[in-house]
Design a protein around this ligand. Structure first.
Ligand code: DAH
Length: 360
């Protein structure tokens, strides 16, 4: 009954043809079941092995194994090649164009005021200043009293304050300032006393941060703006140190040829007090709308720290002294780029801010 041998060969040949004709993975899997399954065609042939003469059995067994392996690897190869075809077909179905260029990711950039503040921070760092931060929600005590501005002092009129309301008073229709004196800081100067109370001599810090005032908003006033406070406290500092440093900073920021001037000023927490002006960069000093026709723009207030403030900070004004200054980064950015209206900074208009994309 060596017919079994030719039947096995016939199965081998037929498997090859039927596999070639199968065009889907489902058809190949069905074929695997028909050929190799427990009640499949190969199994049926193997059952006949028992009735074959004993001396023919080993060679027929080998042949059967051979056929099985060939069919198995042919099925594997067929499925493998179909996977690629399937993928191609799916890509066409889904209209996925792998060769299309990617969409560019839009990356944001710093606001021009932030760029200027970072530049200033680096310049101050070169002068040995560290950053010391303070809270935006302050107390009346730090914002005014400890800075030599007692309640009802007329100097308070310089800072139109936004008060935090006493809980419940707004709902009751009668808003009044919180009894604990909580306010939004009107300047970064309260950090002067916080820094003196926290640090040892020599003190050399800057405080960048947001401030708030109850202002009528116009081209040069916002109700929310940035300041950078500077404070130096030591045993041997002078107004000359302050002047020299501020002149260097103006040149580092606006260029070597920048013209500057000091004017006498008034602040309750410095004595003497000065205002520091830069020759208007928009008109070059001739006088224009941006500088109020004066040819100068004030970029900061400064002075020698008042003895009362040094005392508030816990030091003896007979032993130490120092200087302080407060810069206006919004104003300085307007000057840097010739921007005529401070409201543009908050306009959320991408046509405005994207002009400063190269600024890091
Ligand atoms: N805090 C002042 C303001 O907002 C600015 C200022 C003036 C800060 C003089 C100072 C200073 O440190 O010495 O108007």
């Amino acid at each position: 009954m060596t017919d079994l041998s030719s039947d096995l060969e016939a199965l081998r040949a037929s498997a090859r043809d039927r596999l070639a004709a199968a065009t889907t993975t489902d058809a190949v899997e069905a074929l695997r079941h028909d050929l190799l399954g427990r009640s499949g065609e190969l199994t049926a042939l193997l059952r006949r092995l028992g009735s074959v003469a004993a001396d023919e059995r080993p060679s027929l067994g080998r042949l059967a194994n051979d056929v099985r392996h060939e069919i198995e690897s042919a099925i594997t190869a067929r499925l493998e090649s179909m996977r690629d075809v399937d993928l191609d077909r799916r890509l066409v179905d889904e209209a996925l164009d792998m060769s299309a260029p990617g969409r560019p990711v839009r990356i944001g950039h710093l606001h021009p005021v932030m760029t200027l503040m970072r530049d200033l921070r680096e310049i101050f760092h070169a002068f040995g200043f560290e950053v010391f931060e303070g809270p935006e929600i302050e107390t009346d005590e730090y914002n005014f009293e400890l800075l030599n501005i007692p309640p009802d002092h007329p100097a308070r009129d310089l800072w139109d304050t936004l008060y935090v309301a006493e809980p419940g008073s707004v709902e009751a229709g009668q808003p009044r300032p919180a009894a604990d004196g909580t306010i939004l800081r009107t300047h970064t100067s309260p950090v002067q006393v916080r820094a003196m109370r926290a640090l040892d001599l020599p003190i050399r810090v800057i405080t960048p941060g947001r401030c708030f005032r109850y202002e009528a908003v116009d081209a040069s006033h916002g109700f929310e703006f940035q300041q950078i406070e500077g404070l130096v406290i030591d045993r041997d500092t002078s107004l000359a140190d302050l002047k020299g440093m501020l002149e260097e900073i103006a040149r580092a920021l606006y260029g070597r040829d920048t013209k500057t001037r000091f004017r006498p000023g008034y602040y309750p927490f410095t004595e003497p007090s000065v205002a520091f002006d830069v020759a208007c960069l928009v008109c070059g000093g001739a006088g224009c709308a941006a500088c109020g026709r004066t040819g100068w723009m004030t970029i900061l207030g400064a002075g020698m720290v008042h003895p009362e403030v040094i005392r508030s900070g816990g030091f003896d004004p007979d032993e130490v002294q120092g200087y302080a200054f407060g810069l206006g980064p919004d104003r300085m950015t307007m000057l840097r780029h010739g921007i005529g209206d401070i409201r543009l900074f908050f306009s959320a208009d991408l046509r405005f801010v994207s002009q400063f994309a190269e600024g890091r």
